[in-house]
Design a protein around this ligand. Structure first.
Ligand code: TXA
Ligand code: MG
Length: 364
Protein backbone atom coordinates (compact mmCIF):
# COMPACT_ATOMS: atom_id res chain seq x y z
CA UNK A 1 0.00 0.00 0.00
CA UNK A 2 1.30 3.44 -0.76
CA UNK A 3 2.38 5.42 2.25
CA UNK A 4 0.34 8.54 1.65
CA UNK A 5 -2.79 6.75 0.53
CA UNK A 6 -5.15 8.82 2.65
CA UNK A 7 -3.79 12.26 1.76
CA UNK A 8 -5.43 13.71 -1.29
CA UNK A 9 -3.06 14.67 -4.06
CA UNK A 10 -2.32 18.38 -3.82
CA UNK A 11 -3.67 20.84 -6.36
CA UNK A 12 -0.13 21.71 -7.33
CA UNK A 13 0.61 18.14 -8.34
CA UNK A 14 -2.64 17.92 -10.28
CA UNK A 15 -1.77 21.15 -12.11
CA UNK A 16 1.56 19.60 -13.02
CA UNK A 17 -0.28 16.52 -14.33
CA UNK A 18 -2.57 18.72 -16.44
CA UNK A 19 0.49 20.43 -17.90
CA UNK A 20 2.04 17.04 -18.72
CA UNK A 21 -1.16 15.95 -20.51
CA UNK A 22 -1.33 19.22 -22.47
CA UNK A 23 2.26 18.73 -23.58
CA UNK A 24 1.43 15.26 -24.92
CA UNK A 25 2.83 13.30 -21.98
CA UNK A 26 1.35 10.38 -20.05
CA UNK A 27 0.00 10.57 -16.50
CA UNK A 28 -1.15 7.62 -14.40
CA UNK A 29 -4.09 8.45 -12.15
CA UNK A 30 -6.42 6.67 -9.74
CA UNK A 31 -10.01 5.84 -10.58
CA UNK A 32 -12.49 4.02 -8.36
CA UNK A 33 -11.93 0.82 -10.43
CA UNK A 34 -8.21 0.56 -11.24
CA UNK A 35 -5.41 3.03 -12.05
CA UNK A 36 -5.46 4.42 -15.57
CA UNK A 37 -2.63 5.45 -17.90
CA UNK A 38 -3.87 8.77 -19.25
CA UNK A 39 -3.19 10.79 -22.39
CA UNK A 40 -4.90 13.65 -24.22
CA UNK A 41 -7.66 12.04 -26.33
CA UNK A 42 -7.13 14.70 -29.03
CA UNK A 43 -3.41 14.09 -29.45
CA UNK A 44 -2.51 11.17 -31.77
CA UNK A 45 1.14 11.14 -30.70
CA UNK A 46 0.21 10.97 -27.03
CA UNK A 47 -2.19 8.09 -27.80
CA UNK A 48 0.61 6.24 -29.59
CA UNK A 49 2.74 6.55 -26.46
CA UNK A 50 0.09 4.63 -24.52
CA UNK A 51 0.13 1.70 -26.94
CA UNK A 52 3.93 1.62 -26.87
CA UNK A 53 4.15 1.87 -23.07
CA UNK A 54 1.62 -0.91 -22.57
CA UNK A 55 2.82 -3.10 -25.42
CA UNK A 56 -0.80 -3.13 -26.54
CA UNK A 57 -1.83 -3.89 -30.15
CA UNK A 58 -3.07 -0.71 -31.82
CA UNK A 59 -6.44 -2.21 -32.78
CA UNK A 60 -7.51 -2.39 -29.13
CA UNK A 61 -9.67 0.68 -28.50
CA UNK A 62 -9.33 2.96 -25.47
CA UNK A 63 -11.92 4.48 -23.15
CA UNK A 64 -12.33 8.28 -23.15
CA UNK A 65 -12.67 9.63 -19.60
CA UNK A 66 -14.72 12.78 -19.10
CA UNK A 67 -15.30 15.18 -16.20
CA UNK A 68 -18.73 15.46 -14.68
CA UNK A 69 -20.02 19.01 -14.92
CA UNK A 70 -19.42 20.85 -11.67
CA UNK A 71 -22.88 20.95 -10.12
CA UNK A 72 -24.31 20.99 -6.67
CA UNK A 73 -27.20 18.71 -7.37
CA UNK A 74 -26.10 15.50 -9.08
CA UNK A 75 -29.63 14.88 -10.28
CA UNK A 76 -29.56 18.14 -12.25
CA UNK A 77 -26.45 17.38 -14.25
CA UNK A 78 -26.98 17.85 -17.98
CA UNK A 79 -24.68 15.32 -19.66
CA UNK A 80 -25.77 16.05 -23.23
CA UNK A 81 -23.30 18.90 -23.85
CA UNK A 82 -20.54 16.88 -22.17
CA UNK A 83 -21.04 13.97 -24.57
CA UNK A 84 -21.91 15.90 -27.71
CA UNK A 85 -18.30 16.34 -28.92
CA UNK A 86 -17.67 12.57 -28.65
CA UNK A 87 -20.81 10.53 -29.27
CA UNK A 88 -23.67 10.53 -31.78
CA UNK A 89 -27.25 9.34 -31.47
CA UNK A 90 -27.67 9.58 -27.71
CA UNK A 91 -30.75 7.52 -27.02
CA UNK A 92 -33.16 7.90 -24.14
CA UNK A 93 -31.75 4.71 -22.67
CA UNK A 94 -28.24 6.15 -22.83
CA UNK A 95 -29.34 9.17 -20.83
CA UNK A 96 -31.11 6.98 -18.29
CA UNK A 97 -27.96 4.91 -17.78
CA UNK A 98 -25.80 8.01 -17.53
CA UNK A 99 -28.10 9.72 -15.06
CA UNK A 100 -28.29 6.60 -12.93
CA UNK A 101 -24.60 5.64 -12.87
CA UNK A 102 -22.28 8.53 -13.79
CA UNK A 103 -19.90 9.44 -12.41
CA UNK A 104 -19.17 5.79 -11.62
CA UNK A 105 -17.77 2.44 -12.81
CA UNK A 106 -19.84 2.15 -15.99
CA UNK A 107 -18.43 2.54 -19.51
CA UNK A 108 -20.83 3.08 -22.42
CA UNK A 109 -20.06 2.45 -26.08
CA UNK A 110 -21.65 4.83 -28.60
CA UNK A 111 -21.41 5.58 -32.30
CA UNK A 112 -18.55 8.05 -32.42
CA UNK A 113 -18.56 11.65 -33.48
CA UNK A 114 -16.55 12.28 -36.67
CA UNK A 115 -13.92 14.21 -34.75
CA UNK A 116 -12.98 11.30 -32.48
CA UNK A 117 -9.53 10.04 -33.48
CA UNK A 118 -9.47 6.57 -35.02
CA UNK A 119 -6.16 6.02 -33.21
CA UNK A 120 -8.14 5.73 -29.99
CA UNK A 121 -11.02 3.66 -31.33
CA UNK A 122 -8.82 1.04 -32.95
CA UNK A 123 -10.28 2.06 -36.30
CA UNK A 124 -13.90 1.35 -35.23
CA UNK A 125 -16.79 3.77 -35.69
CA UNK A 126 -17.72 3.52 -32.02
CA UNK A 127 -16.25 5.13 -28.91
CA UNK A 128 -16.24 3.98 -25.28
CA UNK A 129 -16.79 6.69 -22.66
CA UNK A 130 -16.90 6.88 -18.91
CA UNK A 131 -16.93 9.50 -16.17
CA UNK A 132 -14.95 8.05 -13.26
CA UNK A 133 -16.12 8.78 -9.71
CA UNK A 134 -12.71 9.09 -8.05
CA UNK A 135 -12.19 12.58 -6.74
CA UNK A 136 -8.61 12.90 -8.05
CA UNK A 137 -9.65 11.64 -11.49
CA UNK A 138 -12.48 14.16 -11.57
CA UNK A 139 -10.25 17.03 -10.48
CA UNK A 140 -7.68 16.10 -13.12
CA UNK A 141 -10.34 15.86 -15.85
CA UNK A 142 -12.05 19.10 -14.85
CA UNK A 143 -8.79 21.04 -14.85
CA UNK A 144 -7.65 19.43 -18.09
CA UNK A 145 -10.96 20.40 -19.59
CA UNK A 146 -10.98 17.70 -22.26
CA UNK A 147 -11.18 13.97 -22.81
CA UNK A 148 -8.46 11.73 -21.43
CA UNK A 149 -7.96 8.24 -22.84
CA UNK A 150 -6.92 5.82 -20.14
CA UNK A 151 -6.48 2.08 -20.31
CA UNK A 152 -5.61 0.29 -17.11
CA UNK A 153 -2.03 1.24 -16.21
CA UNK A 154 -0.48 -2.20 -16.68
CA UNK A 155 1.53 -3.89 -19.40
CA UNK A 156 -0.74 -5.60 -21.92
CA UNK A 157 -2.33 -8.81 -20.60
CA UNK A 158 -1.07 -8.35 -17.07
CA UNK A 159 -2.87 -7.69 -13.78
CA UNK A 160 -4.40 -4.21 -13.54
CA UNK A 161 -2.92 -1.93 -10.87
CA UNK A 162 -4.99 -0.88 -7.86
CA UNK A 163 -2.37 1.28 -6.14
CA UNK A 164 0.21 3.86 -7.17
CA UNK A 165 2.99 1.45 -6.15
CA UNK A 166 1.56 -1.20 -8.51
CA UNK A 167 1.78 1.27 -11.40
CA UNK A 168 5.35 2.12 -10.48
CA UNK A 169 6.31 -1.57 -10.43
CA UNK A 170 4.59 -2.17 -13.74
CA UNK A 171 6.58 0.47 -15.64
CA UNK A 172 9.85 0.42 -13.67
CA UNK A 173 12.74 0.73 -16.09
CA UNK A 174 10.37 1.06 -19.06
CA UNK A 175 8.98 4.52 -18.62
CA UNK A 176 9.47 7.63 -16.51
CA UNK A 177 5.91 8.23 -15.51
CA UNK A 178 4.06 10.81 -13.47
CA UNK A 179 1.74 8.93 -11.10
CA UNK A 180 -1.01 10.60 -9.07
CA UNK A 181 -1.44 8.71 -5.82
CA UNK A 182 -5.02 8.22 -4.71
CA UNK A 183 -4.45 5.24 -2.45
CA UNK A 184 -6.08 1.88 -3.06
CA UNK A 185 -8.90 1.61 -5.61
CA UNK A 186 -12.24 0.90 -4.00
CA UNK A 187 -13.93 -1.22 -6.68
CA UNK A 188 -10.79 -3.13 -7.64
CA UNK A 189 -11.88 -4.52 -11.04
CA UNK A 190 -12.45 -2.59 -14.26
CA UNK A 191 -15.71 -0.85 -15.13
CA UNK A 192 -18.73 -2.65 -16.50
CA UNK A 193 -18.93 -2.02 -20.28
CA UNK A 194 -22.29 -1.74 -22.03
CA UNK A 195 -22.52 -1.37 -25.81
CA UNK A 196 -25.27 1.01 -26.90
CA UNK A 197 -23.97 1.51 -30.42
CA UNK A 198 -26.47 -0.79 -32.13
CA UNK A 199 -29.18 1.69 -31.20
CA UNK A 200 -31.88 -0.68 -30.09
CA UNK A 201 -30.35 -2.79 -27.39
CA UNK A 202 -27.86 -2.62 -24.56
CA UNK A 203 -25.26 -5.40 -24.68
CA UNK A 204 -22.89 -6.33 -21.85
CA UNK A 205 -19.30 -6.39 -23.12
CA UNK A 206 -17.46 -6.68 -19.81
CA UNK A 207 -18.96 -7.57 -16.40
CA UNK A 208 -18.06 -5.37 -13.45
CA UNK A 209 -19.42 -4.07 -10.16
CA UNK A 210 -22.57 -2.70 -11.82
CA UNK A 211 -24.61 -5.75 -12.85
CA UNK A 212 -27.45 -6.13 -15.39
CA UNK A 213 -29.89 -6.65 -12.47
CA UNK A 214 -28.85 -3.39 -10.86
CA UNK A 215 -29.25 -1.65 -14.21
CA UNK A 216 -32.70 -3.16 -14.69
CA UNK A 217 -33.73 -2.19 -11.16
CA UNK A 218 -32.52 1.41 -11.46
CA UNK A 219 -33.43 2.19 -15.08
CA UNK A 220 -35.81 -0.50 -16.36
CA UNK A 221 -33.30 -1.25 -19.14
CA UNK A 222 -32.70 -4.91 -19.97
CA UNK A 223 -29.06 -5.62 -20.66
CA UNK A 224 -28.41 -8.46 -23.11
CA UNK A 225 -25.47 -10.82 -23.02
CA UNK A 226 -23.40 -10.87 -26.22
CA UNK A 227 -24.45 -14.44 -27.04
CA UNK A 228 -28.19 -13.76 -26.84
CA UNK A 229 -27.97 -10.82 -29.19
CA UNK A 230 -30.16 -10.90 -32.28
CA UNK A 231 -27.79 -8.66 -34.13
CA UNK A 232 -25.08 -10.61 -35.86
CA UNK A 233 -21.91 -11.04 -33.91
CA UNK A 234 -19.90 -10.33 -36.99
CA UNK A 235 -17.29 -8.61 -34.87
CA UNK A 236 -16.94 -11.53 -32.49
CA UNK A 237 -13.41 -12.23 -33.61
CA UNK A 238 -12.30 -8.65 -33.29
CA UNK A 239 -10.68 -7.61 -30.03
CA UNK A 240 -13.34 -4.98 -29.34
CA UNK A 241 -12.74 -5.40 -25.64
CA UNK A 242 -9.15 -6.30 -24.99
CA UNK A 243 -10.21 -8.01 -21.80
CA UNK A 244 -12.25 -10.29 -24.02
CA UNK A 245 -9.15 -12.20 -25.03
CA UNK A 246 -9.18 -15.51 -23.19
CA UNK A 247 -5.84 -14.74 -21.64
CA UNK A 248 -5.73 -11.47 -19.73
CA UNK A 249 -5.22 -9.97 -16.27
CA UNK A 250 -2.60 -12.65 -15.74
CA UNK A 251 0.01 -13.19 -13.03
CA UNK A 252 3.38 -14.81 -13.86
CA UNK A 253 2.80 -17.65 -11.42
CA UNK A 254 0.50 -20.38 -12.79
CA UNK A 255 -3.01 -19.85 -11.42
CA UNK A 256 -5.79 -22.45 -11.49
CA UNK A 257 -9.28 -22.68 -10.08
CA UNK A 258 -10.65 -25.56 -8.04
CA UNK A 259 -14.23 -26.73 -7.63
CA UNK A 260 -15.64 -26.73 -4.08
CA UNK A 261 -13.83 -29.32 -1.95
CA UNK A 262 -11.63 -30.45 -4.84
CA UNK A 263 -8.25 -28.93 -4.04
CA UNK A 264 -6.41 -32.23 -4.27
CA UNK A 265 -8.10 -33.14 -7.53
CA UNK A 266 -7.13 -29.76 -8.95
CA UNK A 267 -3.60 -30.43 -7.93
CA UNK A 268 -3.45 -33.89 -9.42
CA UNK A 269 -4.34 -32.33 -12.75
CA UNK A 270 -0.96 -30.65 -12.59
CA UNK A 271 1.40 -33.50 -11.74
CA UNK A 272 4.31 -31.41 -12.90
CA UNK A 273 3.47 -28.81 -10.29
CA UNK A 274 5.98 -29.08 -7.75
CA UNK A 275 6.12 -28.17 -4.20
CA UNK A 276 4.85 -24.83 -2.95
CA UNK A 277 1.21 -24.06 -3.50
CA UNK A 278 -0.84 -21.12 -2.23
CA UNK A 279 -4.46 -22.16 -1.83
CA UNK A 280 -7.03 -19.40 -1.53
CA UNK A 281 -9.89 -20.45 0.77
CA UNK A 282 -13.20 -18.66 1.39
CA UNK A 283 -13.34 -17.03 4.81
CA UNK A 284 -16.70 -18.75 5.26
CA UNK A 285 -15.18 -22.25 4.80
CA UNK A 286 -13.43 -24.37 7.35
CA UNK A 287 -9.75 -24.70 6.61
CA UNK A 288 -8.39 -27.44 4.39
CA UNK A 289 -7.02 -29.27 7.43
CA UNK A 290 -3.77 -31.18 7.21
CA UNK A 291 -4.84 -33.70 4.75
CA UNK A 292 -2.33 -32.42 2.35
CA UNK A 293 -0.56 -34.00 -0.50
CA UNK A 294 2.67 -35.89 0.19
CA UNK A 295 4.85 -33.93 -2.16
CA UNK A 296 3.28 -30.54 -1.76
CA UNK A 297 3.60 -27.74 0.75
CA UNK A 298 0.30 -25.85 1.08
CA UNK A 299 -0.39 -22.52 2.60
CA UNK A 300 -3.90 -21.21 2.94
CA UNK A 301 -4.75 -17.66 2.01
CA UNK A 302 -8.11 -16.57 3.36
CA UNK A 303 -10.21 -14.59 0.86
CA UNK A 304 -13.53 -12.76 1.40
CA UNK A 305 -16.65 -14.70 0.46
CA UNK A 306 -18.47 -11.51 -0.43
CA UNK A 307 -18.20 -10.66 -4.14
CA UNK A 308 -17.77 -6.90 -3.76
CA UNK A 309 -15.07 -7.26 -1.11
CA UNK A 310 -13.23 -9.93 -3.07
CA UNK A 311 -13.33 -7.77 -6.22
CA UNK A 312 -11.82 -4.88 -4.29
CA UNK A 313 -8.88 -7.10 -3.24
CA UNK A 314 -8.58 -9.51 -6.16
CA UNK A 315 -5.76 -7.86 -8.10
CA UNK A 316 -3.98 -6.93 -4.86
CA UNK A 317 -4.00 -10.63 -3.85
CA UNK A 318 -2.85 -11.81 -7.28
CA UNK A 319 0.01 -9.32 -7.31
CA UNK A 320 1.07 -10.13 -3.76
CA UNK A 321 0.93 -13.89 -4.35
CA UNK A 322 2.87 -13.43 -7.58
CA UNK A 323 5.67 -11.77 -5.59
CA UNK A 324 5.89 -14.58 -3.05
CA UNK A 325 7.50 -17.21 -5.23
CA UNK A 326 4.78 -19.90 -5.20
CA UNK A 327 4.88 -22.68 -7.79
CA UNK A 328 1.12 -22.62 -8.16
CA UNK A 329 -1.77 -20.48 -6.95
CA UNK A 330 -5.18 -22.12 -6.51
CA UNK A 331 -8.36 -20.07 -6.24
CA UNK A 332 -11.81 -21.49 -5.50
CA UNK A 333 -14.32 -21.21 -8.35
CA UNK A 334 -16.68 -18.35 -7.52
CA UNK A 335 -20.28 -19.43 -6.87
CA UNK A 336 -22.97 -19.07 -9.52
CA UNK A 337 -24.77 -15.72 -9.62
CA UNK A 338 -24.50 -12.51 -11.52
CA UNK A 339 -22.83 -10.61 -8.69
CA UNK A 340 -19.87 -12.96 -9.15
CA UNK A 341 -19.56 -12.50 -12.93
CA UNK A 342 -16.93 -9.76 -12.72
CA UNK A 343 -14.63 -11.72 -10.42
CA UNK A 344 -15.24 -15.02 -12.26
CA UNK A 345 -14.43 -13.41 -15.61
CA UNK A 346 -11.14 -11.95 -14.30
CA UNK A 347 -10.11 -15.20 -12.60
CA UNK A 348 -10.84 -17.29 -15.69
CA UNK A 349 -8.80 -15.04 -17.94
CA UNK A 350 -6.05 -14.70 -15.35
CA UNK A 351 -5.73 -18.46 -15.02
CA UNK A 352 -5.75 -18.97 -18.76
CA UNK A 353 -2.98 -16.46 -19.31
CA UNK A 354 -0.95 -17.16 -16.18
CA UNK A 355 2.49 -18.64 -15.90
CA UNK A 356 5.88 -17.67 -17.29
CA UNK A 357 5.01 -18.92 -20.78
CA UNK A 358 1.69 -17.07 -20.83
CA UNK A 359 2.28 -15.61 -24.25
CA UNK A 360 1.98 -19.07 -25.78
CA UNK A 361 -1.60 -19.30 -24.44
CA UNK A 362 -2.75 -15.96 -25.75
CA UNK A 363 -5.14 -16.22 -28.65
CA UNK A 364 -4.03 -13.06 -30.34
O1 TXA B 1 -12.36 0.71 -15.20
C1 TXA B 1 -11.92 0.94 -16.34
O2 TXA B 1 -12.63 0.91 -17.36
C2 TXA B 1 -10.42 1.28 -16.45
C3 TXA B 1 -10.17 2.62 -15.78
C4 TXA B 1 -8.75 3.10 -15.92
O3 TXA B 1 -11.08 3.57 -16.27
N1 TXA B 1 -9.99 1.30 -17.82
C5 TXA B 1 -9.86 0.17 -18.52
O4 TXA B 1 -9.34 0.39 -19.78
O5 TXA B 1 -10.18 -0.92 -18.12
P1 TXA B 1 -8.77 -0.79 -20.68
O6 TXA B 1 -8.26 -0.14 -21.91
O7 TXA B 1 -7.81 -1.59 -19.89
O8 TXA B 1 -10.04 -1.59 -21.02
C6 TXA B 1 -11.08 -0.92 -21.70
C7 TXA B 1 -11.79 -1.84 -22.60
C8 TXA B 1 -10.83 -2.38 -23.61
O9 TXA B 1 -10.81 -3.76 -23.43
C9 TXA B 1 -11.39 -1.97 -24.93
O10 TXA B 1 -11.28 -2.98 -25.89
C10 TXA B 1 -12.84 -1.63 -24.61
O11 TXA B 1 -12.79 -1.11 -23.32
N2 TXA B 1 -13.30 -0.65 -25.57
C11 TXA B 1 -12.81 0.57 -25.80
N3 TXA B 1 -13.44 1.15 -26.82
C12 TXA B 1 -14.36 0.28 -27.27
C13 TXA B 1 -15.31 0.28 -28.32
N4 TXA B 1 -15.43 1.32 -29.14
N5 TXA B 1 -16.09 -0.80 -28.48
C14 TXA B 1 -15.97 -1.86 -27.67
N6 TXA B 1 -15.07 -1.92 -26.66
C15 TXA B 1 -14.28 -0.88 -26.46
MG1 MG C 1 -6.91 -3.27 -19.11
Amino acid sequence: MSSDSSSPQSSMVINEAVKTLREGGLVAFPTETVYGLGADAKNPDAIKKIFTAKGRPSNHPLIVHLAAPDQFDQAQIDWVPVLAPWARDLSEDALKLINAFWPGPLTLVFKKDKSVLTELTGGQDTVAIRAPAHQIAQELLRKFNGGVVAPSANRFGKVSPTSAADVRNEFEGILELMILDGGDCEVGIESTIIDLSSGDRAVLLRPGLITPSEILAKTGIKVHLPGESSISDEAADLPRVSGSLRAHYAPNTPLRMYAPGMVLDALSEFPDTKSRVAVAVWDSDSSLGDDGHPSVYFEEVIIPSDSVTLASRLYRSLRDLDQQGWDLILFPEPPAGEEWDGVRDRLQRASFGSGPSSSSHANS
